[in-house]
Ligand binder design. Structure first.
Ligand SMILES: O=C(O)CCC(=O)C(=O)O
Length: 268
């Protein structure tokens, strides 16, 4: 997981404040393939599907939006209604124990920075996971994390043995551009991202379209991730596209995101 190092590639050796302004500066200029626009297309597609061949995803009572671009394959739905999502958010606030101290900091070119959000890792016993230069053993699943995991498994048909929890206190907290392409991930497995609390923009940027002199121009894809939503990032999305959650100064409320992964046991 190179979510801190990639910031260097974007703007050279950036300080923390510079990272933030870079992210904010990029937003107005983005020729975003907005979910709003995409969703219009997807909704039309879903309606057509239901008229002509029925969309099996709608049979579970969920309406899926299929987001596709070159090498990007994602599915989005509202998994929990407002009331249940609110209850789960409160439960997560009680149960999740976030990293502190050295685990909440990251070293970039020899300098230590506070991670601009809170993080925690939970999962099956015996798993280890590396991110931001650290190798971690996840804490055992809590009841609320198991409940969300099991619901995600039911609707996706996939199993998950690890979850990374990110908590953004408000719109100043963020995550820089990175790919979830760690070697621990089971090949071919999707990453399922569940969001609670404040709606935040999630930005996909194609790997050829990054930096000051990109190899080519590919429109970014912007998805507002709503309270109670599920975004499934299917392969090969994380091979070709970086993602980030940029700062949004106008957002005053907290958000919690859970990314469920299927990771391989450590090599003996
Ligand atoms: O908070 C989010 O939606 C993004 C989290 C993320 O990018 C990650 O866990 O890799």
């Amino acid at each position: 997981m190179d979510r801190f190092l990639v910031k260097q590639a974007l703007g050279g050796r950036l300080g923390k404040g510079q990272e933030r302004s870079l992210e904010e500066e990029q937003d107005p200029g983005e020729e975003a393939a907005l979910l709003g626009r995409e969703a219009g297309g997807s909704r039309k597609r879903l309606r057509r599907d239901s008229e002509e061949e029925r969309d099996p995803a709608e049979e579970g009572g969920l309406r899926w939006q299929h987001i596709r671009a070159e090498g990007l394959d994602c599915d989005y739905t509202i998994l929990f209604d407002r009331a249940e999502a609110g209850e789960l958010f409160q439960q997560l606030e009680k149960e999740v124990d976030y990293f502190t101290g050295a685990l909440a900091r990251v070293q970039v070119f020899g300098k230590w920075y506070q991670v601009p959000r809170k993080q925690a890792a939970y999962g099956d016993a015996g798993m280890t996971y590396s991110f931001s230069g650290l190798t971690l053993s996840p804490k055992p699943w809590t009841p609320v994390l198991e409940r969300v995991r099991d619901r995600v498994s039911r609707v996706t048909g996939q199993t998950f043995n690890f979850v990374l929890v990110n908590r953004y206190a408000d719109g100043r907290d963020h995550i820089g551009e990175h790919r979830d392409d760690e070697r621990e991930l089971a090949p071919g497995s999707p990453i399922a991202s569940v969001s609670f609390g404040a709606c935040r923009d999630f930005i996909f940027r194609h790997k050829d379209s990054r930096g000051r002199s990109p190899a080519r121009q590919v429109d970014v894809v912007r998805l507002p991730l709503a309270h109670g939503s599920l975004l499934v990032m299917n392969p090969p999305t994380n091979t070709h596209w970086y993602h980030s959650l940029p700062t949004r100064k106008r957002v005053l409320a907290a958000r919690i995101n859970l990314t469920f992964r299927h990771i391989l046991p450590p090599a003996k």
